[in-house]
Design a binder for this molecule. Structure first.
Ligand code: NAP
Length: 320
């Protein structure tokens, strides 16, 4: 029986299925020296967020497949994974709508100051008439710029176009003609998107190309009234530049689900700004979706170790 490592707790019914096929080792603490020991004869690993690099792979000579329970796979050094002929899988599609709901919710919460005003009511400050100092800004009929018009970017754009009658600008490596047709989305340069959008939403994957994609220069191009939303990865933004842009009122507000360092440091200045709405990286975190993601990852693992092509193989070019 092949051995697999489950490095995040997994749903008990899925665990039982995996146990029927494999010898399962559950290790939730990857810092534990036992983890390295177990890697030596492991054929598969499943979980989310494990940093897989050459050093780790050197400890895992029998590894055949790595199954991420996430769509992003910036935790994997794909060059090293490919060089070893290891399959890597992710969980696309099943999380698209839930993540789009969260990120659009973050946009709404930031523009209409929902979390700030929730605190205002609960802390007993609502004692009279509400003044302009507590007003938010409109979302409907405004311009939304999406950087990374992939599955989730497009699902956000659908909500914006059909629900809020927003104009959609997008920037991507390649044009997305179906988004242009269905949502009247306009393909623009990054510079034009930053200059013309009322809301700038980052939804591209983290890669060497997108590290610190948004920094001082990019914030300076945005409208003073712009709201910046990051639903992708924190490392794509220069966080010091974001703090500066917010402090200097170069942009109006930010909604963040992701940070340069996670969990976010308690002294991070972003946590003390009223015009910043923060979430703890919960884009896909609903009961239904997290289960679907784990199920898909388990299917990938079973298929892969049975010698079949897993349904969401990332490095297809190596195996097909
Ligand atoms: P996807 O379908 O692969 O979409 C990514 C899009 O980004 C693609 O259209 C791609 O364009 C584009 N892109 C790639 N590099 C770019 C660049 N340098 N500049 C502009 N656009 C670029 O992936 P997805 O399923 O929508 O997920 C997107 C990302 O969201 C994930 O990688 C993950 O990091 C993040 N995410 C976050 C959460 C959360 O909890 N906050 C949840 C799920 C996902 P091309 O097709 O032209 O290459």
């Amino acid at each position: 029986m092949k051995k697999i490592i489950v490095y995040n707790p997994i749903y008990s019914d899925l665990l039982k299925i995996l146990q029927k096929h494999f010898q399962v080792v559950e290790l939730t603490n990857v810092e534990n020296p036992e983890f390295i020991h177990e890697l030596k004869d492991a054929h598969g690993i499943i979980g989310s967020g494990l940093k897989v690099d050459r050093t780790l792979l050197d400890e895992a000579p029998n590894l055949e497949i790595i199954c991420n329970i996430s769509v992003g796979y910036d935790n994997l050094d794909m060059e090293a994974v490919n060089a070893r002929g290891i399959m890597a899988t992710n969980t696309p599609d099943v999380l698209t709508d839930s993540t789009a709901d969260t990120i659009f919710g973050l946009l709404l919460a930031t523009a209409r100051r929902i979390t700030e005003l929730d605190q205002y009511v609960k802390s007993g400050q609502w004692t009279g008439k509400i003044g302009e100092d507590l007003y938010g800004v409109d979302i409907h009929h405004k311009t939304l710029g999406i950087i990374g018009m992939g599955r989730i970017g497009k699902a956000i754009a659908e909500r914006a176009h059909f629900g809020f009658k927003m104009k959609i600008l997008y920037h991507n490596r390649s044009r997305k003609l179906n988004a242009e047709e269905q949502l009247q989305a306009e393909y623009v340069s990054l510079q034009k998107l930053l200059q013309q959008s009322d809301f700038v939403c980052l939804m591209a994957p983290l890669s060497p190309e997108t590290v610190q994609l948004i920094g001082k220069q990019e914030f300076s191009l945005m409208k003073k009234t712009a709201i910046f939303v990051n639903g992708a990865r924190g490392q794509m933004v220069d966080e010091d530049a974001l703090v500066e842009a917010l402090k200097k009122r170069e942009i109006c507000a930010a909604g963040l689900d992701v940070y340069e360092k996670e969990p976010v440091e308690p002294n991070n200045p972003l946590l003390y700004m009223k015009n910043v709405v923060t979430l703890p990286h919960i884009g896909s975190a609903t009961l239904e979706t997290r289960y679907k993601m784990a199920k898909l990852a388990a299917e990938n693992l079973i298929k892969g170790l049975q010698g079949e092509i897993p349904p969401s193989l990332i490095n297809k070019e190596v195996f097909i």
